[in-house]
Design a protein around this ligand. Sequence first.
Ligand code: PLP
Length: 459
Amino acid sequence: MQIIQKVSQTQDILAKDKKHYLHSYTNMKDFPEEDSVVYAKGDRHFIYDNDGKKYIDGIAGLWCVNIGHGRKEIAEVLAEQAEKLAYYNTFGDATTQPAAELAAKLAELAPANLNRTFFGTGGSMANDTAIKIVHYYFNLLGKPSKKKVISRINAYHGSTYLSHALTGIQSSHIGFDLAHDLIHYLSEPNPYRKPDHLSEEEFLNHLIQEFEDTIHKLGPENVACFIGEPIMGAGGVIVPPKGYFKKMYDVCKKYDMLFISDEVVTGFGRLGQMLSTEPLFEVQPDLLVLAKGISSGYVPLGATMISDEIFEVISQPKADNPYFSHGFTYSGHALSCACGIKNIEIMERELMCHHVRQAGPYFKQQLKTLEQLPIVGNVRGSHFMLGVEYVSDKATKTSFDVKVNLTKRIYFKCKDKGLIIRPIGNITVLSPPLTLDKAAIDTTVAILKESIMEVTNEL
Ligand code: PLP
C-alpha cells in the first residue's frame, strides 16, 4: 500500500515537473518522453530517489556536494542562523557576522595576495563579477581599451549572458546571442588530443605560443585578462600539460594582463587541497573564483576574491562616481555564509583533503583499468575529478557519432545498477562527494565497467 502511494506521489511530482519546470541544459524535444528521477534524500555519498532506490552519487549533485549529503550540522547551523537573522543586506556600512567571518576565512585559505572577497550566489555570477572588476580596474588605471578576455575552447565558466560567452563549449552557444566581441578562445590544452607529431613539451610550447600570438593579434593594449580552470571540468576533465598554468600566468604578466583562476570545481578538496591554484599549479592568481564546494551545494553561494593590488586601485574614489557600483541583494547572504563557514569547518575537522589525497590516486588507478576495454580511449583527471573518454577507434581516436547516444546509454545502465554518473558528449564524468571510500570506489568502477561492456555488446 505504502509503495503504491509513493509511486503515485512520484508520478504526480513528475507530471508537474514535465508540465511546468524549465530544466537546465535539457533537450526540450526529448525531455517529455525521457525517464526522470525524483531525488528525495541523501546520506554522505549515497542518494535515494522518491521510491527509496539507493544510488552512489558519483557526481556530488553537480560537482558540488563535497562534504556529502544529509549533514545534520549544516541543517542545524542554517536553522540557528535563520532564527537569529536569515538575511540583511551588506551594502555600504552594513554587514553580518557570517559574511565577515567567511571572507576572513577565505583570506586565510587563499594565496597571500588575495584578501578580499565579493560574494554572490553561484559560479556564473562570480565570473561575471570577476570580468566587471577587471574592466573597472583598467578603467580606473586610465587604460580603458584593455577589455578583451582570453578563454579557451571547451572551458566552462557559467551560463549568464557574460559567463556563457566565457564558456568555450561552442555547441552550447548555438542559437544564443552572447558577448562574443569581448571573448577570444584558445585551443583546449588536451594532451590526449594533441597533434601526434608533437611531444608533450612541444605541445605545451605550442599552446603558449598560440596565447602570445593571440595577444599580439588583438593588440596587448586591448587585452585585459585570461580566465581558466586549473583542470577543465564540464568541457571534458582536461588536465593541461605540466607547467601550463604557470607559463600562461607569466605571459599575462608580460602583457600587463590579469589572471583569473576559476576554481568553482577544483576548489574545496576535489583535488586534495582546499584551494589548488597555488599549491598544485604554482600560480598566485589576480582573481580567484569560487562556488559549488564553498557551501557544498547546501545553499547557493559563490565568491570572487581579488588581489591587494586590484583592491588598492578600485578602492580609490573617483569624483564622478565614488562608489563600487556592483552588488546583489543576496551578496554575503547570512545563511549562505554561515553554511560556508560550517562546511569548511567540517572539511578541516574530518581531514577531507587528506582523504582525497589518499583515495584519489587509488580511484584513478582503478578507473584506468577501464582503458583495457575496446571503446575506452582515455581515462584522465586527478583525485576526485575524473573522466572517461570513449572512442570508436582507439588508433585514430575517432569519437562515436552523436546518434549512437553512447554516454547517455552508459549513464542509464549505471543508473539502473545504482550509480549516478554524468554523461557529457563522449565522456563520463565522475566527481563524487569527498566522503567516497574504498568500498564505494570499487563499486563505482565495477558498475561503470559492467555498463560500458553491456553497451559495447549492443553496438
Ligand atoms: N565555473 C566552473 C568551472 C563551473 O564548472 C561552473 C558550473 O559548473 C561555473 C563556473 C558556473 O557555476 P554556476 O552553475 O554555479 O553558475
